[in-house]
Ligand binder design. Structure first.
Ligand SMILES: Nc1nc2c(ncn2[C@@H]2O[C@H](COP(=O)(O)OP(=O)(O)O)[C@@H](O)[C@H]2O)c(=O)[nH]1
Ligand SMILES: [Mg+2]
Length: 329
């Protein structure tokens, strides 16, 4: 395992992209970490990296784990990693932290927990933050998932703070979305009202060792029962775990497997992946446009157009078209 949260790869000497990709695919964690750093840094090499990775993508089971801070996402992630490893599957974990402009420090506690897996070459763990580049995490998270997928990990687990965290819409990026809740968080069912009822494929009430877990479970079940769904639709189970002791984690793994089979059987997996690809293309195209047309406000044409629009000689739509044409030229 490699804990490489701080990136900074761009300052190191650059190995060639084909070498890096080959090394990553051979299971060398340093190479995987370098590739994720390239994503994090929005390196100009990404175009080439992405092309080299493409033939190897689409194999990993991508699982998103989301929930309010403190519900036990990292503890659950660690427990899930153990369960997957016991089942002989390799796992990559991407801990996405939208709250921090730099990765590393904020996830120190997670690192300690994850050190359980430090000696295991079948586990790769990486934290990632937005570096403030255009597009942010919405752009970089799916690209990092691509790297881990192409590197050959059987399961890619993405931990991210939700919900209402619009920047990282994990439900749009994972095959299966697990929503975690916990009793005594005060916001368990509030969060449900904020939209989690639409995004969960699996609901897990963690900290089942605490009072109130069963109540959260009942409330959630009755809310889910009210939501309309057709006969063929997946019925999201509401499970209970105590991630710290590992109780219930095997049931989560079983449910993940069941959902994966359902995704395959119904064709929903392909649909979700196409939706994901759509989002990626859009994010990259928009980022490219912003970069290309960035600094529109500084263009000489804008001043001239503004004079004309203010004077009523030109309407603002026509002016915007002219500005874009000028910027594009
Ligand atoms: N009682 C209890 N505490 C837990 C359980 N799982 C996690 N915790 C604790 O809840 C706190 C937050 O856990 P963490 O995994 O960091 O939550 P995250 O912010 O969602 O990643 C930590 O102190 C954990 O030890 C559990 O099953 N039972
Ligand atoms: Mg965490």
């Amino acid at each position: 395992m490699v804990l490489s949260g701080t990136g900074g790869g761009s300052r190191r000497r650059q190995a060639s992209v084909p070498d890096l990709v080959e090394a990553a695919r051979a299971g060398q964690p340093r190479a995987v970490a370098r590739l994720v750093s390239l994503v994090e840094d929005a390196s100009p090499l990404l175009r080439e990296v992405s092309a080299a990775l493409a033939p190897y993508t689409g194999r990993a089971q991508v699982v998103g784990l989301t929930g309010a801070p403190g519900v036990g996402k990292s503890t659950s992630t660690s427990a899930l990693v153990r369960a997957f490893r016991d089942a002989g599957r390799t796992v990559a974990v991407l801990a996405v932290d939208p709250s921090s402009p730099f990765s590393g420090g904020a996830l120190l506690g997670d690192r300690v927990r994850m050190s359980d897996h430090a000696a295991d070459p079948g586990v790769f763990i990486r934290s990632m933050a937005a570096r403030g580049h255009l597009g942010g995490l919405a752009w970089s998270t799916p690209q990092a998932i691509r790297v881990l997928d192409a590197a050959g990990y059987d399961v890619v687990l993405v931990e991210t703070v939700g919900v209402g965290q619009s920047e990282v819409d994990i439900a749009a990026q994972a095959d299966t979305t697990v929503v975690l809740l916990a009793p005594g968080m005060g916001d368990g069912i509030q969060a449900a009202k904020a939209g989690i009822l639409e995004i969960g494929d699996l609901y897990v009430v963690n900290k089942a060792d605490r009072d109130g877990a069963e109540q959260v479970r009942r409330d959630l079940r009755s809310m889910l029962a009210l939501a309309e769904r057709d006969e063929q639709a997946w019925r999201a189970p509401v499970l209970a775990t105590s991630a710290r002791s590992g109780t219930g984690v095997d049931e989560v793994v079983d449910a993940l497997e069941e959902h994966h089979v359902w995704l395959l059987d119904t064709g929903e997996l392909a649909r979700r992946r196409e939706r994901r690809a759509r989002g990626e293309i859009e994010a990259i195209a928009l980022t490219t446009l912003r970069e290309r047309w960035g600094g529109l406000e500084g263009r000489a044409e804008l001043g001239e157009l503004a004079v004309r629009v203010a004077a009523g000689d030109c309407d603002p739509y026509a002016a915007a078209d002219e500005l874009l044409e000028a910027a594009h030229a």
